[in-house]
Design a protein around this ligand. Structure first.
Ligand code: NDP
Length: 330
């Protein structure tokens, strides 16, 4: 029989055992071009909490009554696909069930000689590649910089922090227990690790990041992000990778909800006019030209008399000006 774990209902807050239902069904038979895979290992990942919810996201939710999604490492037991043979071990989207049918699309053969097979679900799979790409493509670490990583002992964070060390950075982890912190510093080689449950985050970040923070590899958002932002340096980078602090939340998250930023791969970047003075000539040519051509409209709000400047400024902060506020000095 095929043991399958279905989504029984959508969780409210923290998922509970009765949000799942375990059923026994006959083992399915592969059709033409398909293969039957018997799972050996199933990956469990934070994104699964999102799939249990009906909220709009980058991927479609699991429907109530459907098998839970998940990557598996498993053995091909029957194949009607010429590219796969029984006995081969593959990485596939088998889901939470002992037997799954795959079409062959996206199914990857694994060789136990390369690495332990389960590594394909972690350091050599989606979590490892997440760490590698987010750190290098968005974080762009440079030797000597300070990197903070949340969920530092986990699948993604542990790899991100160690790659940052390889790149010559000072790396500070944040994790949820003294034991995890010991592992992060003593085994993974991070320079320090903050226990988010017992330490004051602001004080600990100040202590361990005396030169500020250049990269925050954010797996959590919320409380840790808020504390980190107080210490970021000029031109800091923040790969927004996960929001686990809010996955079970029923109320508003700490600070703004960054979920739309992550889902839409949106960019927030600090801006200061002073950094852009090299563009003055081009700006005047373009904007001056558009003004002359009537493509731009412009409105001024002119207040008479320097003595009225204080009242005008106070009014502007209340929204009383209408257009660019200017004082005509008599
Ligand atoms: P982990 O192995 O790190 O396990 C999750 C960890 O998150 C927990 O052990 C815990 O670590 C931490 N955590 C849980 N709840 C909270 C909370 N309320 N506040 C702070 N930390 C919390 O999981 P992964 O490495 O697989 O995933 C890490 C993050 O990366 C997740 O947010 C995940 O969604 C994200 N991710 C994003 C991907 C993407 O494509 N954007 C791809 C893969 C993962 P501790 O108690 O030690 O803090």
């Amino acid at each position: 029989m095929n043991t399958r774990v279905l989504l029984a209902k959508r969780p409210e807050g923290e998922p509970k055992p009765d949000d799942f239902e375990i059923v026994q069904e006959p083992v399915p038979s592969p059709g033409d071009g398909e293969l039957l895979v018997r799972a050996q290992h199933l990956s469990l990942d934070p994104y699964m909490r999102g799939r249990m919810s009906a909220a709009k996201s980058y991927a479609k939710p699991v429907e109530v009554g459907e098998v839970m999604v998940g990557q598996t490492v498993g053995e091909v037991v029957e194949s009607k696909n010429p590219k796969f043979s029984p006995g081969e071990v593959v990485l596939s989207q088998g889901g939470w069930q002992t037997y799954s049918i795959a079409t062959g699309d996206g199914v990857i053969k694994l060789d136990p000689k390369n690495a332990p097979l389960t590594y394909a679900l972690g350091i050599l799979g989606m979590p490892g590649q997440t760490a590698y790409c987010a750190l290098l493509d968005i974080g762009k670490p440079k030797a000597g910089e300070t990197v903070v990583v949340s969920a530092a002992s986990g699948a993604v964070g542990s790899v991100a922090g160690q790659i940052a060390k390889i790149k010559g950075c000072r790396v500070v982890g944040v994790a949820g227990s003294a034991e995890k912190c010991r592992y992060v510093t003593e085994e993974l080689g991070f320079d320090a690790c903050i226990d988010r449950r017992t330490e004051n985050l602001n004080d600990a970040l100040k202590k361990h990041c005396p030169d500020g923070i250049d990269i925050y590899f954010d797996n959590t958002a919320g409380t840790i992000l808020e504390a980190v932002l107080r210490r970021i340096n000029l031109h800091a980078r923040i790969p927004l990778v996960g929001l686990i602090e809010q996955y079970n939340a029923t109320g508003d998250p700490v600070g703004p909800n960054l979920r739309p930023l992550l889902v839409n791969r949106a960019l927030i970047e600090g801006f200061l006019f002073l950094d852009h003075l090299a563009h003055t000539k081009q700006f005047l040519a373009d904007v001056g030209g558009w003004l002359r051509e009537g493509k731009l409209r412009y409105r001024e709000d002119v207040v008479d008399g320097l003595e009225n400047a204080p009242r005008a400024l106070i009014g502007m902060l209340r929204g009383e000006n209408f257009g660019k506020l200017i004082v005509r000095v008599r």
